[in-house]
Design a protein around this ligand. Sequence first.
Ligand SMILES: [Zn+2]
Length: 151
Amino acid sequence: MPPPNTYLWCDYCRRSFKPTDAPDNLCPICKSEIKPVGKFNAILRGLVANELNPSPIVSKHRQLVKLIWTRNGAGEEYYRLLAPEMSYAKFESAMTNLLCRGAEEGWVTFSMPPAPVDDEGLYILKVNDENRFLNELQTLAGPDAALAEGD
Ligand SMILES: [Zn+2]
């Protein structure tokens, strides 16, 4: 048994665990092997990991999501149609977060070609559940949003 002040550090998840949470020295989240570090060291690493978050890949992924849904002026179009009471920049960021959640929950899908190509039309936002999509837009834009007229 490692001494009680020891923490186990996962390099993949960028976080530490108590030995009791990680029997067999395996990360409870990703199951990779994790190394014992001192408590102070674990705290320091955790702070550094937080500063590094989100990773460049994750933030580029988010940018890609933004570029896809705003493609061809669609961003301004949504803004005009929904007329939310917020700046365009704030709306764009809120929509990007919303669509990331949508992709995670499955009511939208982002698809892209297997390798980068010049045809932007191959970078697609596909709506899998239109009602859900509209409801989420409505919630995001607020009760007075233009979409409400249709109901
Ligand atoms: Zn892990």
